[in-house]
Design a protein around this ligand. Structure first.
Ligand SMILES: Nc1ncnc2c1ncn2[C@@H]1O[C@H](COP(=O)(O)OP(=O)(O)OP(=O)(O)O)[C@@H](O)[C@H]1O
Ligand SMILES: [Mg+2]
Length: 280
């Protein structure tokens, strides 16, 4: 293991004021209406959600219920039609300008002409992180997910799971405090998925991030999260929140315990209820 490499400090942070004691993320009375050529689409309504600093929250819900919309709101890629979205008590735009967000999507979306290392390094080039420390930081991140040996490989030379690992550490490169993940493991086989879930939990506990993780996979949500938020569709809203009381660190054998299976059942029932309502 290489020596710990300091994560980049954020330049000119707008948070250099008094400390903020409320929730890290707060959505209050949020409504989103998309204007389309045919008709307005009400994507979210009455969404109230608070996420604490360091919390791991999974979002579950039927397709089209507004999970990706919610991530876009938090990261200020979209403004709500009404209601407020705050990060550290400021509008989300302030957090976006301070590079507080890291994104991971279903597809790794690596640049094919850059090696694994150079893909991870890209965000640090964008934020002008000191050049001599860039490689050390990125090598350290690649090592944390077992990819040191593949640092010089191009994306087409990596498996799907490896590419997704590169995408995750790339999202962490500039040391964002909030990781927004939109179905990041849904294209992977079961074993690779389980491995990446453990890698992610390891990174999360070591790098102390706040995570919003969108998934359709109920047991994945329960395994990873402190809290599972179940959403309903048409229009999307928060239907239920389940506290996941399983101890940490989470281990593979926990997946067989009564407690785990009971939580999965509870989340599935909540989701089924919402899907039934949506279909009615
Ligand atoms: N740019 C857009 N313009 C118009 N409508 C949109 C736009 N983006 C999303 N929508 C609509 O808003 C609703 C929520 O979409 P969103 O992509 O957030 O759902 P989702 O829960 O992420 O779905 P999935 O599980 O399929 O990824 C859907 O009805 C969708 O058709
Ligand atoms: Mg989506």
């Amino acid at each position: 293991m290489s020596p710990e490499v300091a994560a980049p400090a954020r330049a000119a942070s707008p948070y250099d004021g008094p400390p903020h004691f409320g929730p890290l993320i707060r959505l209050a009375g949020v409504e989103v209406v998309y204007q389309t050529a045919q008709r307005p689409v009400q994507a979210l309504t009455g969404v109230n959600l608070e996420v604490a600093d360091g919390e791991f929250v999974a979002l579950l819900g039927p397709t089209g219920c507004g999970k990706s919309t919610l991530l876009r709101l938090v990261s200020d890629l979209l403004r709500p039609t009404s209601g407020t979205v705050e990060v550290r008590g400021n509008p989300a735009a302030v957090a976006r300008r301070a590079n507080e967000f890291g994104f991971v999507f279903q597809e790794a979306a690596l640049l094919p002409w850059r090696t694994a290392l150079d893909n991870v390094r890209l965000p640090l080039e964008v934020v002008k992180y000191p050049e001599e420390q860039r490689i050390a930081r990125c090598e350290h991140l690649l090592e944390m997910v077992g990819l040191s040996k593949f640092r010089g490989n191009y994306p087409h030379e990596l498996s799907g799971g490896m590419k997704q690992r590169v995408a995750i550490v790339r999202a962490l490169a500039w040391n964002p405090s909030i990781l927004l993940m939109d179905e990041p493991f849904s294209a992977l086989d079961e074993l690779t998925k389980a491995q990446l879930q453990d890698d992610l939990l390891d990174l999360w506990s070591r790098e102390k991030k706040t995570v919003l993780f969108v998934t359709h996979n109920i047991s994945e949500a329960v395994y990873l999260a402190d809290r599972v938020v179940v959403m309903s569709a048409h229009p999307g809203r928060i239907a239920r929140t389940l506290d996941i009381t399983l101890p940490r660190p989470r281990t593979a054998d926990m997946r067989e315990t009564m407690e785990f299976l009971a939580l999965v059942r509870e989340a599935r029932e909540a989701l089924k209820g919402e899907s039934r309502k949506a279909a009615a």
